[in-house]
Design a protein around this ligand. Structure first.
Ligand code: HEC
Ligand code: HEC
Length: 366
């Protein structure tokens, strides 16, 4: 009797549960489809606007949005890493390589105002002031591609240059001093260290992150007045109002190196070219930043470059540079030129028209 009071079919509760489940799942699917439709095109759109705004805003007057978009760009590239100096062994000329590294890091202690090897052989800068972290920093003007690409033809001298010549170029220009004898222990040390840094790079290769990182040029000339504003806000605290930097207490070297005046690089140096200066500064200054955390927009970097490079500095006789004038780079500030643009535009820009013209001229030659 008891049995008969129960529902006839024992499957009824099971089926009703199943139906409930199906309804819930159906609703979930609906919600997911709705979310997909709403957000996917949106993200695609965002990626696109990101890319276009950066170039279209390149002449924006420091607008906050343009700058934020530019600085927010991230990359996922696999960069070069320097070999570990702690793993050096005696078979590799360990002492000479370590000596070379020390010369690059503490150049002024050997060759500066109070140099222990030669006094006043240089302006007191260290190689490391521009080749950061002893020439190992990504986009910090590192030496990763030197061993793999030298000797090579360089248009500045119009000859094939070896590493010795290239090192002495920096002694004579960036350090506004005298070059070293190829056979000196110092030159041998510097070159051994630079070669050791690049020992794992295949001949001819330039690893990711070598040298300096490119930036987008402006359609207007770089503006020293605007650059001065950047300097006051972002550089002066260390490099000082007169650009002369700050010596250490013993006066054996700089805590903050000079950017202009008698002890700075001369007008034949790489940093005297505004594009090169801007590339160095954008990804390395103010001190402590790197290529994934820049603080300046391309525009600010180019303007501050114009400001610094419009100040007085030592002069170098470069009569014999660029024997083929058609090989002069777009931002070389001294004529004569084969491309028809004047010295002022070569110094401050706008650079794109000069670059286009040079490309055209090169095409005609091929
Ligand atoms: C004031 C800044 C500065 C100082 C100081 C300096 N250099 Fe340079 N150096 C540069 C610049 C700029 C370049 C060229 C970068 C470019 O055009 O990509 C360069 C290029 C080089 C290169 C060629 C790199 C390559 O990949 O082709 C070598 C080697 C070099 N420097 C060695 C030295 C040594 C050694 C010292 C110290 C004796 C030194 N430099 C000091 C700014 C400097
Ligand atoms: C917090 C201090 C600090 C600030 C701010 C700073 N710098 Fe520097 N700067 C340094 C130091 C220190 C070095 C040397 C780096 C090294 O040896 O590792 C240097 C090196 C340089 C060099 C290469 C060496 C030379 O003297 O030619 C340039 C060019 C330069 N800075 C430009 C700038 C510009 C432009 C700004 C502003 C956008 C700036 N710096 C802001 C501390 C600073």
């Amino acid at each position: 009797m008891k049995d008969k009071s129960k529902p006839d079919n024992p499957l009824v509760p099971v089926v009703s549960k199943l139906i409930n489940c199906i309804i819930v799942m159906f609703l979930l699917i609906l919600v997911m489809v709705f979310l997909l439709v709403k957000y996917i095109p949106n993200t695609l759109e965002k990626i696109e606007t990101n890319n276009t705004s950066i170039t279209s805003e390149k002449n924006g007057n420091f607008t906050d949005e343009a700058k934020k978009l530019e600085l927010d760009q991230k990359d996922t590239i696999d960069y070069w890493t320097a070999p570990d100096i702690a793993s050096l062994n005696l078979n590799e000329n360990k002492d000479l390589i370590l000596y070379g590294k020390d010369l690059i890091v503490h150049t002024s202690e050997y060759f500066g105002q109070k140099g222990k090897l030669v006094k006043n052989n240089t302006n007191g800068l260290n190689c490391q002031n521009c080749h950061l972290e002893a020439g190992t920093k990504i986009f910090g003007n590192n030496f990763s591609a030197v061993a793999s690409t030298y000797p090579k033809y360089r248009a500045r001298s119009g000859t094939k240059e070896d590493i010795y010549k290239r090192v002495n170029d920096c002694f004579e220009r960036s350090l506004n001093g005298k070059g070293l004898d190829t056979n000196s222990k110092e030159m041998q040390g510097i070159v051994s260290y630079i070669k050791w840094l690049g020992k794992d790079v295949k001949n001819g290769d330039k690893p990711n992150g070598s040298g300096l990182k490119d930036l987008v040029f402006l359609d207007r000339a770089s503006n020293p007045e605007k650059g001065k504003m950047v300097y006051l806000e972002k550089c002066q605290s260390c490099h000082q109002a007169n650009g002369a930097g700050k010596l250490n207490a013993e006066k054996t070297g700089y805590i903050y190196p000079p950017l202009w005046g008698g002890n700075s690089y001369n007008d034949g140096a790489g940093l005297y070219r505004i594009a090169t200066f801007a590339k160095y500064v954008k990804y390395n200054m103010p001190q402590g930043i790197n290529h994934s955390s820049p603080q300046l927009s391309d525009e600010e970097a180019l303007d501050v470059a114009a400001f610094v490079n419009s100040k007085v500095r030592p002069h170098k006789n470069i009569k014999f540079d660029w024997p083929k004038i058609e090989e002069k780079p777009f931002d070389h500030p001294f004529g004569p030129y084969a491309d028809g643009f004047n010295e002022k535009q070569h110094k401050y820009g706008p650079f794109p028209p000069i670059k286009n013209k040079l490309e055209e001229m090169n095409k005609e030659k091929d």
